[in-house]
Design a protein around this ligand. Sequence first.
Ligand SMILES: [Zn+2]
Length: 364
Amino acid sequence: MTRRPAPALAALLLALLAGCASGPPTATEGGVPIDATRTAKGQDSRVLFLVIHYTVADFALSMKILTEKEVSAHYLLSDEPQPRIFRLVDESRRAWHSGASAWGDNKRLNSSSIGIEIVHPGYIQGPNGQRLFLPFPKAQIDALIPLVQDIVKRHQIRPERILGHGEVSPSYKVDPGPTFPWKLFADLGITPPWPDAVRVAAVRPVFEALPRDALWFQRALAKHGYAIEPTGVFDRQTELVLANFQMRYRPADYSGKPDAESAALLWVLTMPPSGDGQPAAEAAAAPAASAPAASAPAEAEPPAAVPAAPVAPVAPAVPLAPPDRPAAAPASHALKAVAVDDGSGHEERCPEGLCELPALACRP
Ligand SMILES: [Zn+2]
């Protein structure tokens, strides 16, 4: 005699069967078979970007917001001593983490990205009212790195498309902030190589002698990938974008003010090395201020347009940055907190995840 399964067990079996049958159908409802035995060569992942965030909330609140509100991420990384990783949205589906966003020609990146939220408070108020960005615990970064590497490998995400939320939404976001170890990611080969210190030092004197104008910075930042309007003036959008750029590549000073070192970093990042590899020759070919050739794109400014640029010294006039760490030496991820002036109002943040203001909605 065969016993009938109890109702609860029957429901479970049905659910399991339904789960097994949840893949693409092998026939239409009308009975026409769908043959999936041949596949096309021309295809790739819909995932083009990986966007890294911090939550500005503790673990419990972060989980509550990201699972119950109209904001989400594919992954949540806890800040526990032994961090846990939660997949809240399947990678094949769209999570709502980067609503108004852009990088290069791509806009509204929810549709083309994987989002990772890191439980992290962002910053606290220092004793003088300044913002004090907190470090990321080493254990958390150690957990994050293989997660990123795995996602990048499976979706073949290009290194230059691994970005922070602030980079794709610089007008109202700064996460993951200036303490995120972007250089470590570069040293590990996850993100593009760090700006070569020799090239930066070689071209910096040229930019000190001939400070670049707003249009030059705007074009260089746009070439790097930022969504920025070429207004020709150092306006608020330029300040926010430049501050964001500095947070990643020069976290000790991210005032958002233009300076020679920022120009040199931008130039090295956006211009391929010259063939001979001579820093002095490169510096002599550094782009001129954009004012005389306002209609020319930054990258098209010819070396000849440097009328009286001083020849950069062969020996760099500024001390070189310490050489990059070897790729296999992620010594310490626990960077020191960074204090900043609170007077600029650089960060107009809605609490990460909350996004309750309509203008800041993370929903696509
Ligand atoms: Zn974010």
